[in-house]
Design a protein around this ligand. Sequence first.
Ligand code: KG4
Ligand code: ZN
Length: 326
Amino acid sequence: MLTLAIESSCDESSVALVEDRRVLANLVFSQEAAHAPFGGVVPELAARAHLRKLPALVRTALDRVGVRGPDVDLIGVTRGPGLIGSLLVGIGLAQGLARGWGKPLRGVNHLWGHVYAAMLARPELEPPLLALVVSGAHSDLVRMPAHGTFEVLGRTRDDAAGEAFDKAARMLGLGYPGGPALDRLARTGDPTRQPLPVPSLPGLEYSFSGLKTALLYRIRDLGGVEALDEGSRADLAAAFERSVVESLLEKVRVAWSRWPVSEVVVCGGVAANSLLRRRAAEVVGEGARLTIPPLGLCTDNAAMIAAAAVHAPEEPEVGADASLGW
Ligand code: KG4
Ligand code: ZN
C-alpha cells in the first residue's frame, strides 16, 4: 500500500510517501525563519506559507521516489488538532489530489500520527502499547489496546511539556523555537546547582505551570536574566529540563505498573529531547520494550500521518477540527 500524506497542522509543511511502514520520502519544510522574528508561530503566516510550499513538496516527493500520482493507493491528511487555517490548506490540497487521481482520502488525527511514528521506527511494533505523547500542545499518557483505539490515562492540567520548555527558554533569553535551544544549553549545565521542584500531582495528571513560576522567581532572585552568566543559565536550563523529564517519566512508571504491556512508546516533538530519551531508557528498564522514534519522526512530519492514515476511519467528507481530541 503506497500512501501519500500531507501534514500542515502548525509550522511545518510536510509531504511523505510511505509504503507499508517503509518511509520512501519524508520532506519537511520548517517555517521557523518566518516566525522567529515574532517569537512564536503566527497562524496567518503559517497558512500562507503552507499554501506556497506544499504543492512543490508533493511534486518533489513523487519525483524523488520515481512514482506518479496515480500510483498512489491512499492519501492521508492531518485533520486536527492544529491551527485551523493551516489545516484547511493541507486538506484542500489533499482533496484536490484525491479527486484528480481518483484515490481514497482519509483525515488523520495528528496525535495518532505521533504514536504511529513509532511503527515507522520499528515496523514490527503492534498494539497493545502504552504511549507518552509529548508535544507543543499535549502531554498525554495513552494506552492503545488495538489499531485505531486510544484511551487517555492522564494529561496535563495546564501547560504541555513542549509549551513549558518554550516558555522557560524565553525566560532564559533563548530564541525560538525554545525547546531545542534549552536542550542544547542544558547539556553544559549542572541540574543540582539550582535545583527546581519536580511537579507531582496525584494520579496520572501533569502540571507544569508551578514549575514555570518557580523558574521565574529563581531568575528574579538571582537578579534577572541579564545578570546571569552562561554557566548559571545552563544550570537553570538543566534543572528545569530535569524536573520536566522526571515528572513525565514518573507517571509513565505508574501507568505501566497499572497496565504492564510489553511495548512502551515515547513520542511527539518533546521526545526529541536528549535527556528524556536517555532517562526513558533507564526508567522503562527490563519489563517492557521502549520505542522512541528517531528525531525526524518525533517532530511534526507527514510520514507519521501516512502510517496512521492506513488505520484512520473512512469518512464521506474530510473536515478540519482545530481542537480534535483522541
Ligand atoms: O510535535 P511537535 O513538533 O509539534 C506539535 O505537535 O506541537 O512538538 C513541538 C514541541 C515544541 O514545543 C518544541 O519546543 C518541542 O516540541 N521540542 C523540544 C525539543 N525539540 C522539540 N523540547 C525539548 N527538547 C527538544 N530537543
Ligand atoms: Zn505534533
